[in-house]
Design a protein around this ligand. Structure first.
Ligand code: SF4
Length: 107
């Protein structure tokens, strides 16, 4: 007796579940990863996860009231601990962070 090539038999034989998503981890799956202060772009912009740790001599216009959460480039809600920023692609930056591209959010 031979098994008919039905969809059911294929699923049983291969263990493939119809509708299941394949496990793929492409390079762009970095979304949500946190920006490291040592990253090239972070160094170039003087990014710090904590605005209190910004070098005031190097960035004399910096003020501790300037934080990612009140920057016009912040893409999260005010209560989010981490969110995206136009300066850092798909990686996330800290709510209390800062970089030299800081610009006061309107409102
Ligand atoms: S551009 Fe604004 S939100 Fe983005 S890292 Fe710099 S200070 Fe933070």
């Amino acid at each position: 007796m031979t098994m008919r090539p039905t969809r059911r038999n294929f699923i049983i034989a291969t263990g493939v579940a119809v509708g299941a998503s394949p496990v793929v981890t492409p390079a762009f799956a970095q979304a949500g990863a946190h920006v490291d202060e040592a990253d090239e772009q972070a160094v170039a912009l003087g990014y710090k996860q904590d605005t209190h740790k910004v070098d005031g001599k190097k960035y004399p216009k910096h003020d501790v009231q300037q934080q990612c959460a009140n920057c016009s480039f912040w893409q999260g809600k005010p209560t989010d601990a981490w969110a995206g920023c136009a300066m850092f692609g798909r990686k996330h930056i800290a709510q209390g962070g800062w970089c030299s591209a800081w610009a006061k959010a309107p409102g």
